[in-house]
Design a protein around this ligand. Structure first.
Ligand code: HGY
Ligand code: MN
Ligand code: MN
Ligand code: MN
Length: 400
């Protein structure tokens, strides 16, 4: 089976043109945005030209299906609000190239998918979470983005593309090529990472409500300042996590909205995202206890009302041994020792798909370890190496 690096790179750059940010190679292609729909329309055409049957489910997950039982490969093509050109897109285009090369070589059968809303405009990996039964469509429909748009309304933009459900039983497994999005491979000078496991995640909204007031006339000791509550809470969890976490545990307050968000008004309300990740499900639970207790303590001390929003959570998953062994064989053939096995600190659609079938993942380096930013990039040599490893692995697996 012979992949075509030029065709692969040209499609990768074409996909980047949908929602190009004009800064570096970055993209702005949130789920269900105009750029996302343009990209999905073009991907559907490319899937068809590759001899794949195009199916789109109610969430907007876009599939290119081979005849009969097939190995599924792919990722997502939506981006973060300030996204990199490769996050997700690499996995979709590499899968398309392997599917084309396999078809040209007379087999094995490879199907391709671009999942929807992996980047969580609405929820965490929403498209593959609904497809894998982790979430119902009606639950997902109730999710809203930061502007208050519901997923139910947003996905109406794709209604003309929807063809129906796609049955997971036709697939023998799922392999996702992705950029590492971290510094490990870039620092070690290795070209390939074969993933061992994907961390688990918890993501929930927390609200502190105090008293909106005049920033000039309200003495400090009389204030019930919602931002003070957030910053006190943050300091408290950082202190208390010390005897719960390991060096690979991460936690992030990435989104804070203050009301009314004006420099001369003591903020009366703060709604913020609390996200934490670790490879150990029990540790995620212990961290949740620390978070809830600390928030309650701060609310009591500062005279705030406290509320917790819905918590989205995914458990850590192990990669499938057979698929991983095929990727390791491909890595050795292509990268001759310049490769390693490693966990994934980022979340991926493979986590949800692992509920339905065996999954495995492959990484290529991110330059300076940067991702979820316009400057995200990977050398063409490493991109092609990742594609070659996928092709080797598919041949090592033989019939899908
Ligand atoms: O946040 C994540 O890990 C994923 O890239 N959306
Ligand atoms: Mn991604
Ligand atoms: Mn991402
Ligand atoms: Mn991901």
């Amino acid at each position: 089976m012979k992949v075509d690096p030029e065709r692969f790179l040209s499609d990768l750059h074409q996909l980047r043109s949908y929602g190009a940010s004009g800064v570096g190679k970055g993209v702005v292609r949130p789920a269900y945005s105009e750029a996302d729909l343009e990209a999905r329309g073009w991907l559907a055409e490319r899937f068809e030209q590759a001899g794949l049957r195009v199916e789109v489910d109610a969430m907007g997950n876009l599939f290119g299906l081979a005849e009969g039982p097939s190995l599924l490969m792919g990722s997502h093509s939506d981006s973060q609000p300030e996204g990199g050109w490769l996050d997700g897109a690499l996995g979709v285009i590499a899968a398309l190239e392997v599917a084309r090369a396999a078809k040209e070589a007379g087999g094995p059968a490879i199907s391709v998918v671009s999942f929807q809303d992996e980047e969580g405009r609405f929820g965490v990996t929403t498209g593959s979470a609904v497809w894998s039964g982790q979430l119902s469509l009606s639950e997902a429909d109730g999710f809203a983005d930061h502007a208050g748009v519901t997923l139910k309304n947003a996905r109406l933009a794709m209604v003309d593309m929807v063809t129906g459900d796609v049955d997971a039983a036709q697939f023998t497994g799922f392999i996702e090529l992705h950029i590492e999005q971290g510094p490990t491979l870039d620092t070690s000078g290795e070209q390939i990472g074969v993933v061992t496991d994907i961390v688990g995640i918890r993501d929930m909204k927390i609200t502190f409500e105090g008293q909106q007031n005049h920033a000039g006339t309200t003495p400090m000791h009389l204030r019930r300042d919602a931002f003070q509550a957030v910053s006190t809470f943050n300091a408290l969890i950082n202190d208390r996590f010390r005897n719960v976490v390991t060096p690979s545990t991460v936690w992030t307050i990435g989104h804070v909205s203050l009301h009314p968000n004006a420099s001369s008004i003591v903020p009366g309300k703060a709604v913020f995202s609390m996200q934490w990740r670790d490879g150990d499900g029990e540790r995620l639970k212990r961290m949740e206890t620390v978070i809830r207790d600390a928030a309650q303590e701060v609310a009591d001390d500062l005279g705030m009302t406290l509320s917790f929003g819905p918590m989205l959570g995914l458990e850590p998953v192990e990669m499938d041994a057979r698929l991983r062994a095929a990727l390791e064989q491909g890595a050795e053939t292509v990268a001759q020792g310049r490769w390693r096995t490693m966990p994934s600190g980022a979340l991926h659609d493979a986590t949800n798909v692992s509920r339905l079938m065996p999954v495995a993942m492959l990484f290529v380096p991110s330059i300076n370890g940067i991702s979820h930013a316009f400057e995200e990039d990977t050398s063409e040599t490493d991109l092609v190496a990742g594609l070659e490893v996928l092709a080797c692995a598919v041949q090592a697996l033989g019939q899908a």
